[in-house]
Design a protein around this ligand. Structure first.
Ligand code: FES
Length: 105
């Protein structure tokens, strides 16, 4: 496992959202109502980019077909067509004045 720093804490604020690519993984770091989340960057349904999604009350809703996922654990909450897998979430790690993620090499 290796620590990948993503952002300085001083740069974070509500409605912050930034896309990261680390090796083959694409992730979104976002802050919503004071909570930070790191999730996969594309919807598990049909891979629509989630940086266009809307977020409300801890729930992210994909702009394409309005599937909804819990930001906290990625659970699929609403599917209008066939079900899909849960959203991948990543635990954040705070080190010094930065937040990042531990990933396999
Ligand atoms: S691609 Fe996200 S809901 Fe279909």
């Amino acid at each position: 496992m290796r620590f990948y720093p993503l952002e300085k804490l001083i740069n974070l604020h509500d409605n912050y959202m930034r896309h990261f690519k680390i090796d083959h993984r694409e992730m979104l770091l976002l802050q919503h109502r004071g909570e930070l989340y790191l999730i996969e960057a594309h919807c598990p349904h049909r891979a629509h980019p989630l940086d266009a999604a809307s977020i409300d009350d801890g729930v992210i809703q994909c702009a394409a077909h309005h599937y909804q996922f819990a930001l906290g654990d990625g659970r699929l909450l609403h599917a209008s067509e066939e079900r899909c897998r849960n959203l991948q979430t990543y635990p954040l790690v705070f080190e010094g004045n930065e937040v990042g993620v531990m990933l396999d090499d």
